[in-house]
Ligand binder design. Sequence first.
Ligand SMILES: Cc1cc2nc3c(=O)[nH]c(=O)nc-3n(C[C@H](O)[C@H](O)[C@H](O)COP(=O)(O)OP(=O)(O)OC[C@H]3O[C@@H](n4cnc5c(N)ncnc54)[C@H](O)[C@@H]3O)c2cc1C
Length: 343
Amino acid sequence: MQVPDFILRQPATLQEAITAAQEASRPPDGSHAPSAPEQGYDWLGGGTDLLCNYKWRINQRPVVIALRGVAELQSDVAGSLAAGRTLWQLENDAEIQRRYPALASTAALVASPLIRRSATLGGNLHLDTRCWHFNQTAEWRAAHRSCLKAEADQCRVLPDPGDVCVAAYCGDLAPVLIAYGAVARLHGPDGERRVPLAEYFAGDGIRRFAERRRAELMVAVEMPADAEDWRVNYRKLRLRQTFDFPEGGVAVGLQWESGNPGVIAAARIATTAYASVPLLHPEVVELLQGQLLDQDLADRAGALLESLVQPMKNTSMSPSYRRKMARVLCRRALLDCSPHSSS
Ligand SMILES: Cc1cc2nc3c(=O)[nH]c(=O)nc-3n(C[C@H](O)[C@H](O)[C@H](O)COP(=O)(O)OP(=O)(O)OC[C@H]3O[C@@H](n4cnc5c(N)ncnc54)[C@H](O)[C@@H]3O)c2cc1C
């Protein structure tokens, strides 16, 4: 299947990239009328998600702006990971393995080794949401009345009226970075702004971000100064262990009481693939805080998480199985954080 025609822009600097996006989102009459943030163009990281969607004629845009040549996105600055870093680099970088081991091990769980050589951190975090009715060829969609996120005006998953998109966010890195307390560094025509990743994602399967500004892109992910003090763990449910997207994913971040390892001083619990955005679960955090981490606490936390997640019938595995597995993933991720665990 061929990629459709588009105009490829290859900026060398951040400013050139932003200018290219501004030009691409300007209406054809040349006016400066406001437009949707992504109107007319897409950013391109490694293309392992975007170009697959284009091949299936999903939401393609006339201009694609490649970020590989943008110098500012290729190298880390102090405390930040550049958005253009490949997942293969994250997985194999000795410094990342030492400082943020769960990030390195989770990068290794994404897709296949070949894909990870091209796939970028920025692309992974902006991965489009997925749904059984959406990730299909144009012919399949036409035969099945398509879906709200593509050509139709109604969701095929929700019962009437079905005017909300419930496609699932299935990125692996977002929950782990949220568990580390990471912050997105964004750059656009108005300069730079920083948004905690936990607040960056919001809305439904179409909107996906709390606030998306025109011609803005992610430059880097900032790791907080105390990130190395957090014990983070991620567990993933997938069909085939070799390269599949998560059907459910649970990231756990814990900090111990000082002088009292095993007693939880602070916690972060984030899930992926259970909703249209990665979700935080403050109810589970409340249960954990101040408690000694043992089998019983891990069981209760898993049971609570199972009661909170609400997967839809829009991926390969059944919602009831995915919900049950949230309990298992949470329990295992927690116990792996234990001071007595070797992982
Ligand atoms: C067979 C297969 C299996 C996969 N399995 C997994 C999996 O298990 N887990 C998983 O998480 N993913 C999986 N993926 C999806 C994908 O490969 C990865 O998420 C990858 O990290 C995407 O990165 P990319 O650079 O290729 O993104 P691209 O395809 O280039 O872009 C993806 C989106 O991000 C936007 N974008 C890219 N960079 C930026 C930026 N700097 N700022 C703002 N927006 C940006 C693009 O405009 C686009 O909307 C799989 C893909 C395939 C084909």
